[in-house]
Design a protein around this ligand. Structure first.
Ligand code: FHN
Length: 565
């Protein structure tokens, strides 16, 4: 009898746990719904550093503009007076929000306080803020919040919870350089960071995102100081940078697009348009609109969001170069919005000509490299019921079937409709059944492997989450595949297991065998996240990859090759 009662209790417990869990995951999904659909946000880095604009005492200081105090080791009593020149009289938050909205931006995240500890809001816990320390004297976040609400744009505040170079006890990457910075970090968190986070979460109404940054010296106990506040805002989206092991809602790759995205996690690539977040008067290394539109597309095709930065001047103007780029993105999005917002990731691991996004029974093929013969391969076996250009939906495109590689072919107009990214819509039946890669089922013969768990089979298994690593002592590894018969190859893709910040490099050489000679097709130095190369079709049975890593055992997550689609 006792046994039966125990069993019943455990079943009831299991059911209620499962119920609670599904309630939790429903609440989580509801909370993230708008964010997942939004895809495109605008980051704003703005503060006293914008006055210096990259120059201190006549010297151009390297690195990002908002780091100038740390990089140039400016003492507090020399940095603080610059606030007297922070007078953004040209600040027009309504115009900023309108410009962002026209660009297709769905949310804005602004630095409420960056690492220099300066608050852009009317803080009562320190006078190192816009109201008390500057001639401008008015809260900058309040009118931005109001403008965003008016225009239906979501709003988030960035808050540097750990680093603070102007309050005693605040952390500093590379250490303090001014005695006045010394103090207890716990006291700093209790008297400045925690109360300020309460202020930004309650001064204006409910904000949508709280964006932590650089969890330097943040232990679990220190991070926990913020949790009760967060618990009072169940709809607030937070990122993974609080520290102390808190995962938050989003992963935040910075300045790069991860090759695999983050399966099972929401993620957002944040990126600058030039080489700085905060304004630098002489940084003109602007990314082109083409790069930015393609970055947005690539990120969305991998299931992520793009948070693209602008750094306004101390007078309150967004640089013209940023305005132009945002306008170009808006122009492209105006025609192609359906292929970005509310979409999910591509069903195809790779497409030689570009990227793909999906909404229900529609695939959006984003064509970066327009086929010279006008034939666009769709590597899936599903029946395609309709195809057309998103820019010209009334004109159907001819679809034929290429039996030999189970692809459909869309016949495109000869003249390239959009040289940056032509979007072709494909309507199809069923769930996508992707045609196998030519390397599927073929295991590479490698010069060595570290262990069975990082063995050769991981290299070509189609799973970019498993990894092959050569023996510890190896620096020049080889991997060879035998297709058993001649095949046509025109694209190679590599995925690597590192973050670009790890500064890892590998030299990769792809070769094919003709007679007894190995001939080189592609040579590439990768930066830790792999890459893709298209080349003139090569017919061969044997291909090999030479992987040189000068610092450690060569390693790859995946090596795949494809023929023309
Ligand atoms: O140090 C900051 C940097 O200034 C900038 O704010 C970026 C944005 O993601 N975050 C930090 C570096 O990761």
């Amino acid at each position: 009898m006792k046994k039966i009662i125990v069993q019943i209790v455990s079943i009831v417990l299991a059911i209620s746990c499962a119920h609670a869990q599904s309630n939790d995951s429903t609440a989580e999904a509801n909370k993230m719904k708008w964010w997942k659909d939004a895809k495109f946000g605008m980051f704003i880095h703005w503060g006293v550093y914008s006055v210096l604009a990259g120059t201190y005492e006549g010297k151009r200081i390297p690195g990002p503009g908002e780091w100038i105090m740390n990089t140039a080791k400016i003492p507090i009593d020399k940095y603080k007076p610059y606030a007297k020149q922070f007078n953004p009289v040209k600040y027009d938050p309504e115009a900023w929000v309108k410009m962002a909205k026209d660009a297709g931006v769905k949310y804005i995240v602004i630095t409420s306080k960056h690492h220099d500890g300066f608050a852009l809001f009317d803080s009562k816990v320190t006078d190192w803020n816009i109201v008390d320390a500057t001639p401008y004297g008015k809260d900058l976040l309040k009118p931005l919040f109001a403008a965003c609400r008016k225009e239906g744009i979501k709003i988030g505040f960035y808050y540097s919870q750990a680093q603070d170079w102007n309050h005693p006890g605040g952390a500093a990457i590379n250490g303090h350089w001014d005695k006045a910075q010394d103090g207890g970090m716990d006291a700093y968190l209790d008297t400045i960071a925690v109360p300020q986070v309460k202020e930004i979460l309650s001064n204006y109404g409910d904000i949508d995102i709280l964006w932590w940054d650089t969890p330097e010296d943040m232990t679990k106990a220190r991070a926990e100081k913020f949790i009760p506040i967060l618990n009072q805002h169940p709809n607030l989206i937070t990122n993974n940078r609080l520290g102390g092991g808190f995962k938050g809602d989003t992963e935040t790759p910075e300045q790069f697009v991860p090759s695999t995205g983050f399966p099972g996690r929401n993620w957002e690539t944040c990126m600058t348009m030039n080489d700085t977040w905060g304004y630098k008067s002489y940084d003109t290394n602007w990314k082109s609109s083409k790069t930015l539109i393609r970055n947005l597309t690539e990120i969305v095709s991998k299931g992520g969001n793009f948070l693209l930065n602008v750094g306004p001047t101390a007078e309150g103007e967004i640089p013209q170069a940023s305005i132009e780029r945002l306008a170009a993105m808006g122009k492209w999005l105006h025609v192609n919005k359906e292929s970005i917002y509310g979409t999910t990731a591509s069903p195809f691991p790779y497409l030689s000509y570009g990227r793909c996004t999906r909404k229900g029974q529609k695939l959006y093929l984003h064509v970066f490299d327009y086929p010279s013969n006008g034939s666009l391969g769709v590597p899936m076996t599903n029946k395609i019921t309709k195809a057309y250009l998103l820019a010209d939906p009334m004109k159907p495109l001819l679809v034929t079937i290429r039996k030999e590689n189970k692809h459909s072919v869309i016949h495109l107009p000869k003249k390239v409709p959009d040289s940056i990214n032509t979007v072709v819509v494909v309507e199809f039946k069923g769930e996508p059944v992707v045609s196998p890669s030519p390397m599927e089922g073929i295991e590479a013969v490698v010069s060595s492997q570290n262990s069975a768990s990082e063995g050769a089979r991981n290299l070509t298994d189609g799973n970019r989450l498993t990894r092959w690593t050569s023996a510890n002592t190896e620096r020049n590894a080889t991997a060879t595949v035998d297709f058993k018969k001649p095949v046509v190859i025109s694209t190679v893709v590599f995925d690597e297991p590192w973050h670009p910040w790890n500064n890892k490099k590998q030299n990769l050489t792809l070769q094919y065998k003709t007679g007894t000679i190995w001939k080189t097709i592609v040579k590439k130095t990768t930066k830790g996240i792999g890459g893709k190369e298209n080349f003139k079709p090569v017919i061969a049975q044997y291909f090999r990859l030479l992987i040189e890593n000068k610092d450690e055992a060569p390693s790859l997550l995946e090596w795949q090759m494809y023929g023309p689609e």
